[in-house]
Ligand binder design. Structure first.
Ligand SMILES: Nc1nc2c(c(=O)[nH]1)N[C@H]1C(S)=C(S)[C@@H](COP(=O)(O)O)O[C@H]1N2
Ligand SMILES: [Mo]
Length: 516
């Protein structure tokens, strides 16, 4: 038992040193780029190398908490590593300290290899490693003393030494956690992005979106709102730390196969004639019946106009958009130059873009999944060819082209809900951006397909709600399926496909119980 208590002291020393290491790195990183914090860099690198099915499984498993789950996993990994190094420090002090140095060097290398970082961004990791080394040596020495081994200072075993060790560990933990919290706060203030966003007044649109027709919302209680409030809009991206882009420093560059490269500031973008459009965004990872889709009123500059100004070379067929954190999307040039409302968006539902949705500027392209079009924290449009360039998700097994597939889902009742007997009102959503929805049918149990009531359509780029009143709902368990027909008269396919590599397909079906 006594033996074990002593071993635990070294484990605790390792954990304390790790907290200080991370705290110092986090605090110092507030003065460097967002990706300079070691855990952010490691997590980001991890996200970049995981195969698509793991990313998909993580989204399915943790939904919007996938980042939290990743951080929790990393915290666990760090704790195990720190405990191991602490144990090593008991008998082989030099080896333990060397292990910390090696880890620091490896993490530093990962940090500088991340896009969006420069070599100086290694400084937070180096500072953290130095602090971690000092604290590990210090705590291990106090653990020696508490253990009764002859410590370098010549102290011997006893109560005071144990208390001294505990105090030192407590101090390290408090300092580590405090530095992490303070670092986050300082980073927020220092980068001034919140303040810049608050202060931003969006100009009025030169071309407003037509008002939404009354009746876009199906008259069914519990339906999602037709326009998704910003706070409820789904979020999907690879960014562990939300990129902090101050509009004052923001530049957009249009490069590649153009007659003249263009560079624009945020103020220049605001001075353009702005266009407003209601567009439903959809994620390719959305499973059948899933909710990785949202509808907003976007305000921005038509991409077409800027590409015309740059003069696109006829040999080009793709625009590779790049974010400040190195994400890229490859959009067919035609989708950016035809008549659709492809925008460099700065506003979302009457507000500047929320930071997690790409502040200050993102792309919105009707009809294409987000991974090939909706680049957030945009900084470059490179006019190029599919044959010459590949994008972030195409390099990880997803298709180069990602037109949104016709989809429909049941929103009400919820899966496995109990509903009162009598009339049961069923409601849902269907979308086929660029084509619109012309019909929705439902099937109850083994019955025939029957037409549902369509809510009003806003335009062909937004989803469309539907409802169906089932008058003679009999008590018991029931099943309802839904399928839609798009504006071209094409019926939604029943073929089941997984999200990888270019979006899920198949009819959505849910079960519910009518109470007796
Ligand atoms: N910079 C950046 N932009 C990005 C992504 C990303 O990982 N990084 N993900 C894309 C994907 S896959 C989707 S579905 C949409 C989601 O946009 P939202 O988070 O605003 O809903 O953003 C796109 N833009
Ligand atoms: Mo996505």
């Amino acid at each position: 038992m006594a033996h074990r208590t002593r071993a635990i002291r070294y484990i605790v020393a390792g954990l304390g040193a790790a907290l200080v290491l991370l705290g110092v790195a986090e605090a110092v990183s507030a003065f460097f780029s967002a990706a300079s914090a070691p855990l952010v860099a490691i997590g980001g690198a991890f996200i970049d190398v995981i195969p698509p099915w793991v990313k998909d499984a993580a989204i399915a498993l943790f939904g919007l908490y996938d980042k939290l789950a990743l951080f929790a996993t990393m915290a666990l990994a760090v704790a195990v590593l720190a405990a191991g190094i602490g144990l090593l420090a008991r008998r082989r002090r030099g080896a333990a300290l060397t292990a910390v140095v090696i880890l620091g060097v490896v993490v530093g290398a990962v940090v500088v290899s991340r896009s969006g970082t420069t070599p100086v961004d290694v400084i937070p990791t180096l500072a953290g490693t130095a602090a971690g080394l000092a604290v590990l040596a210090w705590l291990a020495r106090l653990a020696d003393a508490a253990e009764g081994a002859p410590a370098p200072s010549g102290t011997t075993a006893g109560g005071p030494d144990r208390r001294r060790f505990l105090r030192a560990v407590g101090l390290s933990a408090v300092a580590g956690v405090g530095l992490i919290v303070a670092g986050r706060a300082v980073a927020g203030i220092r980068h001034g992005v919140d303040a810049a966003r608050e202060a931003l007044k969006l100009p009025a649109a030169a071309r407003k979106a037509p008002p939404l027709p009354s009746g876009v919302q199906a008259p069914v209680e519990g339906m999602p709102p037709f326009t998704t409030p910003n706070g409820e809009f789904y979020r999907i991206d690879t960014a562990l730390a939300v990129p902090r882009v101050n509009p004052a420093d923001w530049r957009l560059r249009i490069t590649g196969l153009v007659e003249r490269e263009i560079e624009m500031s945020f103020d220049e973008l605001l001075a353009e004639d702005l266009v407003e459009a209601d567009v439903t965004l959809t994620c390719v990872s959305n499973p059948v019946g899933g909710d990785l889709a949202g509808n907003a009123r976007w305000l921005g500059v038509p991409v077409r106009r800027l590409l015309e100004r740059a003069g696109v070379d006829p040999s080009a067929d793709m625009v590779l958009s790049r974010s400040v954190d190195g994400f890229t999307a490859g959009t067919p040039l035609s989708a950016l130059t035809d008549e659709r409302n492809s925008l460099l968006a700065i506003g979302m539902n009457g507000e500047p873009l929320p930071e997690i949705h790409g502040f200050p500027v993102r792309m919105v392209v009707p009809g294409l999944y987000g991974y090939v079009s909706a680049t957030k924290w945009l900084e470059e449009l490179k006019v190029t060819r599919f044959a010459d360039d590949t994008a972030y998700w195409t390099d990880r097994g997803w298709s180069a082209e990602g037109p949104i597939k016709l989809a429909s889902r049941v929103d009400v009742p919820r899966s496995f809900a109990n509903v009162p007997a009598g009339q049961v009102t069923i409601g849902g959503t269907a979308w086929a951006q660029q084509r619109g929805i012309s019909a929705v049918e439902v099937k109850i149990d083994d019955g025939d397909w029957v037409p549902a009531e369509l809510a009003a359509a806003a335009n062909e780029d937004t989803w469309r709600q539907w409802s169906f009143a089932w008058d003679d709902a009999s008590p018991g368990r029931h099943e309802v399926s839904v399928r839609a027909t798009d504006g071209d008269g094409v019926l939604q396919t029943s073929d089941r496909a997984d999200p990888v590599p270019n979006g899920a397909s198949g009819w959505h079906r849910i079960q519910f119980t009518v109470e007796g």
